[in-house]
Design a protein around this ligand. Sequence first.
Ligand code: FAD
Length: 481
Amino acid sequence: MTTDARVDVRVDRPPNPDGDHVLYWMVAARRARSSPALERALHHARTLKRPLLVLEALRLGYRWASVRLHQFVVQGMADNARAFADAGVRYHAYVEPEAGHGKGLLAALAQRAAVVVTDDFPCFFLPRMLDAATAQLSVRLEAVDGNGVLPLSAAPRAFTTAASFRRHLHKTLRPWLRQLPDPEPLRGYDLGWAEVPAEVASRWPHAGAWLSDPASVRSLPLDGLGAGPLVGGAVAGERAMEAFLEERLQRYPQRNHPDEDVASGLSPWLHFGHVSAAELVRRVLVREEWTEERLGPVTGSRAGWWGCSEAAESFLDEAITWRELGYVFCRHVPTYARFASLPEWARTTLAHHASDPRPEIYDLEELAAAGTDDPIWNAAQRQLLAEGRIHNYLRMLWGKGVLRWSASPEAAWERLIELNNRYALDGRNPNSYSGIGWVFGRFDRAWGPERPIFGKVRYMTSDSTRRKLRLKSYLERWRRR
Ligand SMILES: Cc1cc2nc3c(=O)[nH]c(=O)nc-3n(C[C@H](O)[C@H](O)[C@H](O)COP(=O)(O)OP(=O)(O)OC[C@H]3O[C@@H](n4cnc5c(N)ncnc54)[C@H](O)[C@@H]3O)c2cc1C
C-alpha cells in the first residue's frame, strides 16, 4: 500500500460518506501499473466500498503545447483506456477542443466523489494547477508522489551535487526499496463501474475519437510541430524498456559513444509517466537477482554500493541519483527555472566573462534550424527536431554550444529552455532544468583553467568530442534532416 510519506493531504476533510465514487485525477503518472497514486485511490475505493473513476485530461493552453506532445499523450490515453476497461474500471479521457473548455470538469466529478486522489509532480504548471484545485475543491484531496524510488518528502532539502545526494540515498534508500509500487494494482478489482453523470459526459465528452486516431490532434489549435517516430503510451514504453533491459543494459557503460546508442532512450515515457521509474529499477534489480543483503556501507561512491554488475550500477546511478536529484531540487527551489537559481560561484564567473567576444552569435531561429557551422551540434539539433530527443552525451555538448553562441549567459539560459522544452518529448521535466542548469554549473564544480565565455564553468568542445567518441555513423545519420 502507498506509504503516507508519499501522500500530501491538500484538502484535509474526512471522505464524503455520500460520495458516489473515488476519483483518481491522473495528471503525471499516466499509466495503469506501478503507480502509488492509483494504489492510494484503490485503497480508498476498497475501504469505502465505492467504485473507482479515473479522469485523464489534456489541456490546450499551456506553454509549448504542440501536435508532437499532444499525440504522444493521446497515444498513452488509448493504452490506458484499454487497460482500465480490461480491469472493469471506468476511465474518462478528455481532450480539450479549445483552450479553457475543460474548466469545471474536475469540480463536476469531484462534487460526486468521496475522495479525490491526484499525482504530485514538482515541475512545470502542475504545482500551480494543484494549488488551484486545492483552493477550489471542498472534498478530501490527496496528492500522491509517484515520481521516483525515494519519496520527495524523504529528502529534506535540495542537494547541490550528485555526490551529496548519493550519500543521502545510501543512508536512506534501503527501506524504500522494500516498498516499490505493486506492478498490477488493478488485479482483483471488483467494485463496479462508476457513473459519469450524463450532464458531465455531454459537456466534456469521453475522448474516444481522438483515442482511435491520435494523429487527428493535428486539427486542434496547437503549435504545428509534428510528431516524430516515437509512439507514446504504456505499451510502447514497456516495449522500449524490455528491449533496453534485454539488449543494451549490459553495454550501458559504453553509452557516451553516439554510434553505440546503448542508453535506454526511456526519458520521454518516464516524463509522461507512461513508464514508472520505480518499475524500471525493480526490473533491473530482478535481472540482477539482487537482494538487500548486497547493499554496501554508506560511502557516497558511484560504484559498489548496490552490489550489482558495473552496467546495472551505472544505470541505477543515472535513473535514481541523477534523475531524483532534479525532482528534489524542483520541490525545494521554486525558482528552478530562473537563471538566478544557479549557484553563486557559477553566476559570478559567467558574469565576469559576459562581455568576452563570442566566436559567433546565432539567433534562435538559426539554432532551431540546425544552421550553425558546427556539424556535431547541428546533428544533435536535427535529432531533436526529428525524434524529440538527443543522445545523452551530445545533449551536454549541445547545451554548451548555446552558451558559447549567445550574447549573454542569461540569453543562453532562456534559449536553451525554449529549444529543450519546445522540441524534446522529455522536456518540461525537473531534469530539463537540471540538465540545462548543469550546462551553467549547477550540480557541478568550478574547473580550471578559466576559459573565455565559460569562466570556471566546465568547458566542452566539438573537437574534443570528435577525438574521444565514436560518432561517425551518428553524424552520417543526422547530416541532413
Ligand atoms: C542540456 C540538457 C538538457 C536536458 N534536458 C532533459 C530533459 O528535458 N528531460 C530529461 O529527462 N532529461 C534531460 N537531460 C538529462 C539527460 O540528458 C537525459 O535524461 C537523458 O539523456 C535521457 O536519455 P535516456 O533515457 O536514454 O537516459 P539513460 O541514460 O538511459 O538513463 C535512464 C534515465 O535516467 C535519467 N537520467 C539519465 N541521465 C540523467 C541526467 N544527466 N540527469 C538527470 N536524469 C538523468 C533519465 O530519466 C533517463 O531516462 C538534459 C541534459 C542536458 C545536458
